[in-house]
Each structure stands twice: as C-alpha cells, then as structure tokens.
Design a protein around this ligand. Structure first.
Ligand code: UDP
Length: 316
C-alpha cells in the first residue's frame, strides 16, 4: 500500500541501500537513488534499473539537491571501518553536510526522514545490552571518531530540525548487518571470514576473538527500516535495529569455517584501537513501536552470504 509515493534513498547503490530500494520497489513505491558510488556499486542496482519506477541520480549527498519526494532515507556514508579509515573527511561530510541536505529536503517537502544511524554511537559500551537511553562511551579523537561522531552529529541535527521546524524524523541505530552484496574486500568480519574460508586463506581474527557482535540479516534490517518509515507512532523516536543474538568473533570464525568446509587456519592479529568489546542491541523499543523483530537465524543467513561469495560476489 504505497500509492505512487516517491522515496529518496541516499546511498541506494550500497549494501543495505540497494536491498532497501528493491524492497521499496516491490511494495509499489517509486524510488530515487542518490549515490556517488564511492562505496556503492552499479551492479547492486542492476535489477532495480529494469523497473521504470526506479531512477538513479549519480551525485554526492553533500552537494545541494532537490527532488520531488514524499519520503527520505539517508543511508549514504562509508560504513565499514576499513572504508572509513581511508575516507575520514568524506565520512564526516556525508554525515554532517549530507544529513543537513537531507533534512532541508525533508523540511521543504514535508517528508519524513529516516536517518540511518549506528550502534557506533554507543562507542565501546560500558553496559550491555545497549538501550536507546544509553549515551555511549565514545573516543572523540580516535580512529573511529569520524564515523561515530559523524553519526552523533547527524542525530543531533535531526533533533534540531525536529524542534525548530517540526520536521518528521525517525533515527534508527543500525547494528551489525550482513548479507549478499557485501564486497569481499569490504573489511567487515563476515565478508572477510567467508571469502577467506572459501579461498583457503587464514581467517584474520583481531585480538583473541573474545569481542562480541550480534549479526542481523539484511532482509530483516530492510523490513525494520521500512516499518520505521511507515509506522505513524515512530515519529520522533530513536530505535535500535539489530539482532540480539550475541556471539564471540572466535565462535563466528569457527562457524564459518565449518559451514564452508574449509581447512583455513586462524591468523590472530592485533585488536584495532577502540574496537568495541561488546555489542548487543536491546530491541524492546523496535518490538513495541514497530512490532519488528529479526526472523533470519545466523545459520540460514550465513548460507545466503556463502552462496553469494561462491557465485562470485563482488571483487573490490
Ligand atoms: N574482525 C576480525 N577479523 C576481521 C574483521 C573484523 O576479527 O577480519 C573483528 C573486529 O575487530 C570487530 C568485529 O570483528 O571486533 C566486527 O568488525 P566489523 O569490521 O565487521 O564491524 P564493527 O562492528 O567493528 O564496526
């Protein structure tokens, strides 16, 4: 039930963004994808481009833009630590200037904006699981700060537009997400482990592998994002989206190796500076407001990613 509403997805050629575009098209929305392809890929939107309700605008979310839209998702930003370590200024721009541009558009058009924030706003959390009320424990000058503080600025900007102009915003804090269309050299742990296991290379484990993460399949994430956009009661809310099934990285490595049937060894490397030790979302709010909870078990989701990489995935 979408009428002919037009949706802007910034970062629509990226990993989550392209799945979001597909899901919106399936639900009958018209979709404009704005992407500068810095970490996105034309291949991700190849199937969407066959749909006449889809259009691509190749451009930077930091440059001024104007589109006729009813709804706005702002996902454009490098999101893998390996990516943003190499694009710190660009990451800050996408989350500051880019967010302000999206908010301006939402204000002018009377559109709802869903801001893709991140569990990184909690930094290296001193409490677990993380509830939305937690202010976080972030190093403002560390290697991850371009992303963490960029997203924290974006959240503050959403709140400023909401209180000054009454702009309709929903902030979603996205926890670790995985699925097809991740790049083999994306740098994040699941694509790394799967591509290493498939090629028989050693699995690179940072630290002792005792740190934890909770992994959400991209189809669950996209369903949550769309609910955040369409649920009236989500207006003004900050909502965690992620899978609360927490696991140690070393256990993930064993699971991937076993599933692939690989003889890969483990290669222990130094833990990156400020790498959070624990991460697990409290999703009570998403369950209450959006009636959302993840449905895909890691076992099944890993099969999906392994199949994606077996079929060639994406190189770079
Ligand atoms: N990690 C790892 N080996 C890798 C890539 C990542 O052990 O090849 C660890 C990383 O140190 C972190 C966790 O896996 O503790 C998740 O890293 P990722 O880059 O996927 O996302 P993050 O949650 O840190 O943003």
């Amino acid at each position: 039930m979408s009428g002919s509403k037009r949706v802007l997805v910034t970062g629509g050629a990226g990993f989550i963004g392209s799945h979001l575009c597909d899901a919106l098209l399936e639900r009958g929305f018209a979709v404009t994808c704005l992407d500068n392809m810095s970490t996105g890929d034309e291949a991700n939107i190849a199937s969407a481009q066959a749909n006449r309700a889809f259009e691509v605008q190749r451009g930077d979310v930091c440059d001024p833009f104007d589109f006729d839209v009813d709804l706005v998702f702002h996902l454009a930003s490098p999101a893998s630590p390996v990516d943003y370590y190499g694009m710190r200024v660009e990451t800050m721009h996408a989350n500051s200037l880019g967010t302000l541009n999206c908010l301006e558009l939402a204000r002018r058009k009377g559109a709802r904006l869903v801001m893709a924030s991140t569990s990184e706003v909690y930094g290296d959390p001193q409490v677990s699981p993380q509830k939305e009320e937690y202010f976080g424990y972030v190093n403002p000058v560390g290697p991850r700060s371009c992303y963490d503080e960029g997203k924290r600025f974006a959240e503050a900007a959403c709140k400023a537009y909401e209180s000054e102009y009454g702009t309709e915003v929903v902030i979603v804090r996205i926890f670790n997400t995985y699925g097809s269309r991740m790049r083999s050299r994306d740098g994040r742990v699941i694509p790394n482990f799967v591509s290493q296991a498939l090629s028989g290379e050693a699995l690179t484990i940072y630290g002792e592998g005792d740190q934890t993460r909770s992994f959400c399949h991209v189809s669950d994430m996209v369903r949550g994002l769309i609910l955040a956009m369409l649920t009236p009661g989500a207006r003004g809310e900050v909502i965690n989206l992620g899978n609360p099934n927490e696991m140690r990285i070393i256990d993930l490595a064993s699971r991937v190796r076993q599933k692939v049937g690989s003889g890969s060894e483990f290669d222990f490397r130094p833990l990156p500076v400020d790498d959070p030790l624990r991460r697990k979302p409290d999703i009570t709010r998403a369950m209450d407001i959006l009636a959302w909870a993840p449905e895909i078990e890691l076992e099944d989701g890993l099969d999906d990613v392994i199949a994606w990489f077996r079929e060639g995935g994406r190189g770079g």
